[in-house]
Design a protein around this ligand. Sequence first.
Ligand SMILES: Cc1ncc(COP(=O)(O)O)c(C=O)c1O
Length: 402
Amino acid sequence: MIPRRRVPISAYDVAEWLRSPLRSRERSAEDVASFERAFTEYLGCGFARATTSGRDCIELALGAVGVASGDEVIVPAYTLGELMPLLQARGLTLIPADIEEDTFNIDPRRIAERITPRTKAILATHLLGAPCDIEAICGLARERGVAVVEDCAHGLGADVSGRKVGTFGDAAIFSLEVNKAVPTYGGGVVVTNDAKAAEAIAAALDSRPRNDKPALKKAFSSWLEEGMVRSPFYSILARILFSERFAARFEQMYRGGHDRLRAVKPRYSGFQARLGLRRLGQLDRRNERLNERWEAMAKGLPEGFVRQARDRVGRPAFYNFVALSPIPPRELRKRVMRRGVDIGVGSEVMDECARMLGFEDCPVAASVSERAVLLPLYDGLSQRRFRRVIRALEEAVRGEAR
Ligand SMILES: Cc1ncc(COP(=O)(O)O)c(C=O)c1O
């Protein structure tokens, strides 16, 4: 079975994992500071701090730009669903703005319609590595006196007019999860150019405990998980776990397990920082290489699939391959699975947050979430397997029996 995702594991990760207990606290703290400095330089921003996760960063960033309980925040109608309950638990009222049909990104025109005197901030997500129209969003926000937090969880390395995403808003966040561009077995980076926001973030983070164990544990469990995906049993397991009967329950359990790990909030560890430094150095080449493969996949797609317009606003970063399917995604999955290819559908791609929030007036998000599929594309996918994915899609769309 060709899995939809693969976790990159290198000998360097394992060596660092083994060396970690021997590294002093002081040296580890220096490693974290070096990573944060390198991140600041890479992005071209004034301040960057690494912490537990991207979602932790979103909470920190919103707090740092002055959003408090009772405030309204505009969010994309189509993005990661888990962010909704997390922000609601902080007493925020979330108002979704519909997305653009071609980029799948939050639409500045729909944001303008949603701003009220209660609006305090806009969460501007660069979805699936495609820059959103951040210049228009920031212009609008300035006019209306609203803060902008950029969600760059998928967008590390993307730029608009030669400037990296994450440097436009009042603050921005990045994710360092295992499936992201700089994977460090969890973690996130929050950045800002605003001195007051930086001070608030530093104050919140400096009181957290140092503890490298959760990150080391997470690395180990990721390797076990990946070992299973790469084993011959995965074909059988995937057919059961992603079947009509179990897919939803399995996804809930999987996400819940990862959330429990994220609920612990120690400081970013030296182990993660050392991996982060190395991967940050490889990032531009990775984006180039995988963006080329993204284009090749887009060209090879059978007729009827709709590709995301990733480069209308700026230069995209690579994050997964998502397209709109010409046939119902669950039917497509059934057919390609018979041909040994695993794909993501429905909320395994992203969530229709508008509906989760009780809004029925975001038709583009509804239609994209009904048709979106996540296809296998990553480092380590051989040319032979790449062609097998394309062939499976062609046969599945033609409805050939197997
Ligand atoms: C759009 C978006 N924002 C934020 C996050 C949160 O990042 P993390 O998983 O590091 O908490 C994710 C995670 O995938 C995401 O997809």
